[in-house]
Write a protein that binds this ligand. Structure first.
Ligand code: NAP
Length: 346
Protein backbone atom coordinates (compact mmCIF):
# COMPACT_ATOMS: atom_id res chain seq x y z
CA UNK A 1 0.00 0.00 0.00
CA UNK A 2 1.48 3.40 -0.99
CA UNK A 3 1.73 6.03 1.72
CA UNK A 4 -1.08 8.52 1.17
CA UNK A 5 -2.58 11.66 2.69
CA UNK A 6 -6.06 10.91 4.00
CA UNK A 7 -8.45 13.44 5.54
CA UNK A 8 -10.97 12.03 8.00
CA UNK A 9 -13.92 14.06 9.25
CA UNK A 10 -15.51 13.31 12.63
CA UNK A 11 -12.25 11.78 13.82
CA UNK A 12 -13.18 12.03 17.50
CA UNK A 13 -16.01 9.53 16.91
CA UNK A 14 -16.28 5.83 17.74
CA UNK A 15 -15.90 4.56 14.14
CA UNK A 16 -13.44 7.16 12.83
CA UNK A 17 -11.05 6.60 15.75
CA UNK A 18 -10.52 3.02 14.51
CA UNK A 19 -9.95 4.21 10.95
CA UNK A 20 -7.37 6.75 12.16
CA UNK A 21 -5.73 4.02 14.27
CA UNK A 22 -5.49 1.59 11.35
CA UNK A 23 -4.17 4.22 8.91
CA UNK A 24 -1.55 5.51 11.34
CA UNK A 25 -0.37 1.97 12.06
CA UNK A 26 0.21 1.44 8.33
CA UNK A 27 2.24 4.64 7.99
CA UNK A 28 -0.10 7.08 6.27
CA UNK A 29 -0.41 10.83 6.84
CA UNK A 30 -3.78 11.24 8.51
CA UNK A 31 -5.43 14.64 8.67
CA UNK A 32 -8.26 14.70 11.15
CA UNK A 33 -10.97 17.29 11.50
CA UNK A 34 -12.41 18.05 14.91
CA UNK A 35 -15.07 20.57 15.86
CA UNK A 36 -12.95 22.31 18.47
CA UNK A 37 -9.19 21.95 18.45
CA UNK A 38 -8.89 23.21 22.01
CA UNK A 39 -10.89 20.18 23.29
CA UNK A 40 -7.77 18.01 23.18
CA UNK A 41 -9.34 15.44 25.51
CA UNK A 42 -11.63 14.39 22.61
CA UNK A 43 -8.67 13.35 20.42
CA UNK A 44 -5.85 12.71 22.94
CA UNK A 45 -6.19 8.96 22.23
CA UNK A 46 -5.31 9.64 18.57
CA UNK A 47 -2.24 11.68 19.54
CA UNK A 48 -1.21 8.74 21.75
CA UNK A 49 -1.69 6.25 18.91
CA UNK A 50 0.42 8.45 16.62
CA UNK A 51 3.34 8.22 19.09
CA UNK A 52 3.40 4.43 18.64
CA UNK A 53 2.84 4.43 14.89
CA UNK A 54 4.76 4.96 11.71
CA UNK A 55 2.20 7.44 10.40
CA UNK A 56 1.75 11.18 10.93
CA UNK A 57 -1.29 12.90 12.44
CA UNK A 58 -2.29 16.49 11.65
CA UNK A 59 -5.26 18.11 13.41
CA UNK A 60 -7.60 20.63 11.72
CA UNK A 61 -10.71 22.40 12.97
CA UNK A 62 -13.89 22.19 10.89
CA UNK A 63 -17.64 22.17 11.48
CA UNK A 64 -20.21 20.51 9.25
CA UNK A 65 -22.34 23.62 9.35
CA UNK A 66 -19.59 26.11 8.43
CA UNK A 67 -19.17 26.45 4.70
CA UNK A 68 -15.55 26.34 3.57
CA UNK A 69 -14.29 25.11 6.94
CA UNK A 70 -12.99 21.80 5.48
CA UNK A 71 -10.95 23.46 2.70
CA UNK A 72 -7.64 23.57 4.53
CA UNK A 73 -7.84 19.96 5.76
CA UNK A 74 -8.83 18.63 2.35
CA UNK A 75 -6.50 20.66 0.11
CA UNK A 76 -3.60 18.41 -0.99
CA UNK A 77 -5.17 15.18 0.34
CA UNK A 78 -5.36 12.03 -1.84
CA UNK A 79 -8.44 10.57 -0.13
CA UNK A 80 -11.25 11.89 2.05
CA UNK A 81 -13.25 9.75 4.43
CA UNK A 82 -16.36 11.60 5.54
CA UNK A 83 -17.67 9.99 8.70
CA UNK A 84 -18.91 13.04 10.66
CA UNK A 85 -22.66 13.10 11.11
CA UNK A 86 -24.86 13.22 14.19
CA UNK A 87 -25.95 9.71 15.20
CA UNK A 88 -29.03 10.22 17.39
CA UNK A 89 -31.85 7.74 17.04
CA UNK A 90 -34.50 9.68 18.87
CA UNK A 91 -34.14 13.43 18.40
CA UNK A 92 -37.62 14.74 19.05
CA UNK A 93 -36.82 18.43 19.41
CA UNK A 94 -35.70 19.64 16.03
CA UNK A 95 -34.62 16.78 13.75
CA UNK A 96 -34.19 19.12 10.76
CA UNK A 97 -31.68 21.28 12.66
CA UNK A 98 -30.03 18.54 14.73
CA UNK A 99 -29.89 15.70 12.18
CA UNK A 100 -30.75 16.55 8.59
CA UNK A 101 -28.93 19.89 8.25
CA UNK A 102 -25.55 18.67 9.57
CA UNK A 103 -25.82 15.40 7.61
CA UNK A 104 -26.87 16.91 4.26
CA UNK A 105 -25.26 20.37 4.34
CA UNK A 106 -22.18 18.88 6.05
CA UNK A 107 -21.77 16.38 3.20
CA UNK A 108 -22.16 19.16 0.65
CA UNK A 109 -19.58 21.28 2.50
CA UNK A 110 -17.04 18.46 2.64
CA UNK A 111 -17.56 17.59 -1.03
CA UNK A 112 -17.34 21.29 -1.95
CA UNK A 113 -13.87 21.27 -0.35
CA UNK A 114 -13.06 18.10 -2.33
CA UNK A 115 -14.12 19.83 -5.57
CA UNK A 116 -11.90 22.82 -4.79
CA UNK A 117 -8.91 20.68 -3.74
CA UNK A 118 -7.90 19.41 -7.18
CA UNK A 119 -5.96 16.65 -5.34
CA UNK A 120 -8.56 14.20 -4.00
CA UNK A 121 -9.08 11.10 -6.14
CA UNK A 122 -11.62 9.22 -4.02
CA UNK A 123 -14.13 10.00 -1.29
CA UNK A 124 -15.35 7.28 1.04
CA UNK A 125 -18.62 8.34 2.65
CA UNK A 126 -19.90 6.66 5.81
CA UNK A 127 -23.49 6.07 4.89
CA UNK A 128 -25.55 3.41 6.68
CA UNK A 129 -27.93 0.49 6.28
CA UNK A 130 -30.36 3.24 7.31
CA UNK A 131 -30.02 4.58 3.76
CA UNK A 132 -31.03 1.13 2.45
CA UNK A 133 -34.07 0.45 4.63
CA UNK A 134 -36.20 2.50 6.98
CA UNK A 135 -38.52 0.29 9.01
CA UNK A 136 -37.83 -3.43 9.50
CA UNK A 137 -41.22 -4.03 7.85
CA UNK A 138 -39.83 -2.63 4.56
CA UNK A 139 -38.40 -6.01 3.56
CA UNK A 140 -41.82 -7.68 3.78
CA UNK A 141 -43.61 -4.76 2.12
CA UNK A 142 -41.13 -4.72 -0.75
CA UNK A 143 -41.20 -8.52 -1.15
CA UNK A 144 -37.47 -8.82 -0.40
CA UNK A 145 -35.77 -11.91 1.03
CA UNK A 146 -32.67 -9.89 1.97
CA UNK A 147 -31.23 -6.38 1.62
CA UNK A 148 -28.50 -5.48 -0.86
CA UNK A 149 -26.80 -2.39 -2.23
CA UNK A 150 -29.36 -1.82 -5.00
CA UNK A 151 -32.06 -0.92 -2.48
CA UNK A 152 -32.77 2.59 -1.17
CA UNK A 153 -34.69 3.66 1.90
CA UNK A 154 -37.94 5.07 0.57
CA UNK A 155 -39.97 5.03 3.79
CA UNK A 156 -38.18 7.26 6.34
CA UNK A 157 -39.28 10.88 6.65
CA UNK A 158 -38.39 13.79 8.88
CA UNK A 159 -41.29 12.74 11.16
CA UNK A 160 -40.71 8.96 11.07
CA UNK A 161 -37.11 7.79 11.28
CA UNK A 162 -35.39 11.19 11.04
CA UNK A 163 -31.89 9.73 11.51
CA UNK A 164 -32.43 7.25 8.66
CA UNK A 165 -33.88 10.07 6.56
CA UNK A 166 -30.81 12.23 7.29
CA UNK A 167 -28.45 9.45 6.14
CA UNK A 168 -30.49 8.76 2.99
CA UNK A 169 -30.65 12.43 1.98
CA UNK A 170 -26.92 12.94 2.72
CA UNK A 171 -25.97 9.97 0.55
CA UNK A 172 -28.24 11.16 -2.28
CA UNK A 173 -26.57 14.60 -2.11
CA UNK A 174 -23.14 12.96 -2.31
CA UNK A 175 -24.00 10.90 -5.41
CA UNK A 176 -25.51 13.99 -7.08
CA UNK A 177 -22.30 15.99 -6.48
CA UNK A 178 -20.12 13.09 -7.64
CA UNK A 179 -21.99 12.94 -10.95
CA UNK A 180 -21.30 16.62 -11.66
CA UNK A 181 -17.52 16.18 -11.89
CA UNK A 182 -14.83 13.78 -13.10
CA UNK A 183 -11.89 14.37 -10.71
CA UNK A 184 -12.91 12.02 -7.88
CA UNK A 185 -14.87 8.82 -7.41
CA UNK A 186 -17.27 8.06 -4.57
CA UNK A 187 -17.64 4.85 -2.59
CA UNK A 188 -20.20 4.57 0.20
CA UNK A 189 -19.97 2.30 3.24
CA UNK A 190 -23.16 0.94 4.82
CA UNK A 191 -22.69 -0.30 8.39
CA UNK A 192 -25.50 -1.92 10.35
CA UNK A 193 -25.65 -1.35 14.11
CA UNK A 194 -21.97 -1.00 14.99
CA UNK A 195 -20.63 -2.66 18.13
CA UNK A 196 -17.19 -3.71 19.37
CA UNK A 197 -14.41 -2.26 21.51
CA UNK A 198 -13.98 1.50 21.62
CA UNK A 199 -10.60 3.21 21.60
CA UNK A 200 -11.80 5.75 24.18
CA UNK A 201 -13.73 5.91 27.42
CA UNK A 202 -16.29 8.19 25.76
CA UNK A 203 -19.80 6.80 26.23
CA UNK A 204 -22.00 9.29 24.37
CA UNK A 205 -21.91 7.27 21.14
CA UNK A 206 -25.30 5.65 20.56
CA UNK A 207 -23.56 2.30 19.91
CA UNK A 208 -21.66 2.28 23.20
CA UNK A 209 -24.54 3.69 25.16
CA UNK A 210 -26.81 0.86 23.98
CA UNK A 211 -24.39 -1.85 25.16
CA UNK A 212 -23.96 -0.07 28.50
CA UNK A 213 -27.73 0.14 28.99
CA UNK A 214 -28.06 -3.61 28.38
CA UNK A 215 -25.19 -4.37 30.79
CA UNK A 216 -26.68 -2.06 33.43
CA UNK A 217 -29.88 -4.13 33.37
CA UNK A 218 -32.20 -1.57 31.76
CA UNK A 219 -34.00 -4.28 29.78
CA UNK A 220 -33.48 -7.13 32.25
CA UNK A 221 -37.28 -7.71 32.34
CA UNK A 222 -37.19 -8.63 28.68
CA UNK A 223 -36.26 -7.29 25.28
CA UNK A 224 -38.57 -6.20 22.48
CA UNK A 225 -38.19 -8.40 19.39
CA UNK A 226 -36.39 -5.64 17.51
CA UNK A 227 -34.00 -7.04 14.91
CA UNK A 228 -30.77 -5.41 13.80
CA UNK A 229 -27.96 -6.27 11.43
CA UNK A 230 -24.75 -5.90 13.40
CA UNK A 231 -21.30 -4.70 12.33
CA UNK A 232 -17.97 -4.87 14.15
CA UNK A 233 -16.35 -1.44 14.47
CA UNK A 234 -13.00 -2.91 13.37
CA UNK A 235 -14.63 -4.34 10.23
CA UNK A 236 -16.11 -0.92 9.48
CA UNK A 237 -12.65 0.62 9.64
CA UNK A 238 -11.30 -2.10 7.37
CA UNK A 239 -14.18 -1.55 4.93
CA UNK A 240 -13.39 2.19 4.68
CA UNK A 241 -9.70 1.53 4.06
CA UNK A 242 -10.34 -1.19 1.45
CA UNK A 243 -12.90 1.06 -0.24
CA UNK A 244 -10.29 3.81 -0.54
CA UNK A 245 -7.34 1.75 -1.69
CA UNK A 246 -9.03 -0.89 -3.86
CA UNK A 247 -8.92 0.79 -7.24
CA UNK A 248 -11.86 -1.13 -8.68
CA UNK A 249 -14.08 -0.44 -5.65
CA UNK A 250 -17.28 0.98 -6.98
CA UNK A 251 -20.64 2.17 -5.63
CA UNK A 252 -22.19 1.12 -2.34
CA UNK A 253 -20.90 -1.56 0.06
CA UNK A 254 -22.84 -3.14 2.89
CA UNK A 255 -20.32 -3.84 5.67
CA UNK A 256 -22.38 -5.87 8.13
CA UNK A 257 -22.57 -9.50 9.00
CA UNK A 258 -24.95 -11.15 11.45
CA UNK A 259 -28.55 -10.34 12.29
CA UNK A 260 -30.13 -10.67 15.70
CA UNK A 261 -31.97 -8.71 18.35
CA UNK A 262 -31.09 -7.40 21.79
CA UNK A 263 -31.91 -10.83 23.24
CA UNK A 264 -29.18 -12.27 20.98
CA UNK A 265 -26.72 -9.89 22.67
CA UNK A 266 -28.11 -10.84 26.10
CA UNK A 267 -27.61 -14.54 25.36
CA UNK A 268 -23.98 -14.04 24.25
CA UNK A 269 -23.20 -11.99 27.36
CA UNK A 270 -25.07 -14.43 29.64
CA UNK A 271 -23.21 -17.42 28.22
CA UNK A 272 -19.82 -15.74 28.75
CA UNK A 273 -20.35 -13.94 32.09
CA UNK A 274 -23.13 -15.92 33.83
CA UNK A 275 -25.26 -13.69 36.07
CA UNK A 276 -22.68 -10.87 36.37
CA UNK A 277 -24.85 -8.59 34.23
CA UNK A 278 -28.65 -8.39 34.31
CA UNK A 279 -29.10 -8.93 30.58
CA UNK A 280 -32.46 -9.81 28.99
CA UNK A 281 -33.34 -13.51 29.00
CA UNK A 282 -36.70 -13.33 27.19
CA UNK A 283 -38.65 -11.37 24.61
CA UNK A 284 -41.49 -9.05 25.60
CA UNK A 285 -44.63 -9.59 23.49
CA UNK A 286 -45.31 -6.97 20.82
CA UNK A 287 -48.71 -5.99 22.27
CA UNK A 288 -47.02 -5.11 25.58
CA UNK A 289 -44.28 -3.09 23.87
CA UNK A 290 -47.03 -1.29 21.90
CA UNK A 291 -48.89 -0.53 25.14
CA UNK A 292 -45.91 0.91 26.99
CA UNK A 293 -44.23 2.40 23.88
CA UNK A 294 -44.36 6.10 24.92
CA UNK A 295 -42.81 5.32 28.32
CA UNK A 296 -39.80 3.57 26.75
CA UNK A 297 -39.13 6.16 24.07
CA UNK A 298 -40.82 4.42 21.10
CA UNK A 299 -43.72 5.77 19.07
CA UNK A 300 -46.57 3.30 18.50
CA UNK A 301 -45.99 3.64 14.76
CA UNK A 302 -42.36 2.56 15.27
CA UNK A 303 -43.47 -0.49 17.27
CA UNK A 304 -46.04 -1.40 14.61
CA UNK A 305 -43.54 -1.21 11.74
CA UNK A 306 -40.42 -2.62 13.40
CA UNK A 307 -41.07 -5.07 16.24
CA UNK A 308 -41.29 -8.71 15.20
CA UNK A 309 -39.93 -8.30 11.68
CA UNK A 310 -36.71 -10.18 10.90
CA UNK A 311 -34.07 -8.39 8.86
CA UNK A 312 -31.01 -9.59 6.96
CA UNK A 313 -28.51 -8.39 4.39
CA UNK A 314 -26.27 -9.75 1.67
CA UNK A 315 -22.62 -8.72 2.22
CA UNK A 316 -21.23 -10.73 -0.72
CA UNK A 317 -20.32 -7.61 -2.78
CA UNK A 318 -17.91 -6.53 -0.03
CA UNK A 319 -16.34 -10.00 0.11
CA UNK A 320 -16.01 -10.36 -3.64
CA UNK A 321 -14.86 -6.86 -4.60
CA UNK A 322 -13.04 -5.65 -1.47
CA UNK A 323 -11.90 -8.96 0.00
CA UNK A 324 -13.73 -8.23 3.28
CA UNK A 325 -13.64 -10.78 6.08
CA UNK A 326 -15.82 -10.40 9.15
CA UNK A 327 -15.64 -10.82 12.91
CA UNK A 328 -18.31 -13.09 14.35
CA UNK A 329 -20.90 -11.30 16.52
CA UNK A 330 -19.86 -13.31 19.60
CA UNK A 331 -16.29 -12.00 19.33
CA UNK A 332 -17.52 -8.44 18.74
CA UNK A 333 -19.67 -8.47 21.88
CA UNK A 334 -17.16 -10.15 24.17
CA UNK A 335 -14.36 -7.79 23.04
CA UNK A 336 -16.71 -4.85 23.65
CA UNK A 337 -17.59 -6.01 27.18
CA UNK A 338 -13.90 -6.62 27.93
CA UNK A 339 -13.00 -3.08 26.79
CA UNK A 340 -15.75 -1.59 28.99
CA UNK A 341 -14.48 -3.69 31.93
CA UNK A 342 -10.83 -2.71 31.36
CA UNK A 343 -11.82 0.96 31.13
CA UNK A 344 -13.83 0.55 34.39
CA UNK A 345 -17.03 1.68 32.70
CA UNK A 346 -18.96 -1.33 34.02
P1 NAP B 1 -20.05 9.21 17.04
O1 NAP B 1 -19.13 8.44 17.88
O2 NAP B 1 -21.21 9.90 17.67
O3 NAP B 1 -19.21 10.25 16.19
C1 NAP B 1 -19.82 11.24 15.42
C2 NAP B 1 -18.75 12.19 14.94
O4 NAP B 1 -19.35 13.24 14.16
C3 NAP B 1 -18.01 12.87 16.09
O5 NAP B 1 -16.65 13.01 15.73
C4 NAP B 1 -18.68 14.24 16.15
O6 NAP B 1 -17.84 15.24 16.69
C5 NAP B 1 -18.91 14.49 14.68
N1 NAP B 1 -19.89 15.53 14.46
C6 NAP B 1 -21.19 15.54 14.82
N2 NAP B 1 -21.73 16.71 14.48
C7 NAP B 1 -20.74 17.47 13.91
C8 NAP B 1 -20.66 18.79 13.38
N3 NAP B 1 -21.72 19.62 13.36
N4 NAP B 1 -19.47 19.22 12.86
C9 NAP B 1 -18.38 18.40 12.86
N5 NAP B 1 -18.40 17.17 13.37
C10 NAP B 1 -19.56 16.71 13.89
O7 NAP B 1 -20.71 8.31 15.90
P2 NAP B 1 -20.21 6.98 15.16
O8 NAP B 1 -21.01 5.88 15.70
O9 NAP B 1 -18.75 6.90 15.15
O10 NAP B 1 -20.75 7.30 13.70
C11 NAP B 1 -19.89 7.81 12.69
C12 NAP B 1 -20.60 7.73 11.36
O11 NAP B 1 -21.04 6.40 11.11
C13 NAP B 1 -21.85 8.60 11.24
O12 NAP B 1 -21.90 9.09 9.92
C14 NAP B 1 -22.99 7.62 11.46
O13 NAP B 1 -24.18 8.04 10.84
C15 NAP B 1 -22.42 6.38 10.78
N6 NAP B 1 -23.02 5.11 11.23
C16 NAP B 1 -22.88 4.74 12.54
C17 NAP B 1 -23.43 3.52 12.93
C18 NAP B 1 -23.32 3.02 14.35
O14 NAP B 1 -24.00 2.05 14.70
N7 NAP B 1 -22.47 3.62 15.18
C19 NAP B 1 -24.14 2.74 12.00
C20 NAP B 1 -24.23 3.17 10.67
C21 NAP B 1 -23.66 4.35 10.29
P3 NAP B 1 -17.76 15.53 18.28
O15 NAP B 1 -16.77 14.55 18.84
O16 NAP B 1 -17.28 16.94 18.37
O17 NAP B 1 -19.13 15.33 18.84
Amino acid sequence: MDKSIITITGATGYIASWIVHDLLKTGHEVRITVRNKSQVEKYQHLLDIEKESEGKLVVYEADLLKEGSFDEAVSGADYVMHTASPFLLDDKNDPQKNLVDPAVNGTKNVLGAVNRSGSVKRVVLTSSLAAIYGDNKDMVDQGLSTLDETIWNTTSTINNGAYSYSKTEAEKAAWAMMKEQKDWSLVTIHPGFVLGPSLTKRIDSTSINTVLRILHGEISIGSPDLAFIFSDVRDISKGHILAAFTEKANGRYIIANESGNLLTLGKIIGAAYGDTYKVPKRLVPKWLVWLIAPTIGFTRLYVKNNIGYPISCDNSKSKKELGMTYHMLKETIIDHVEQLKNDELI
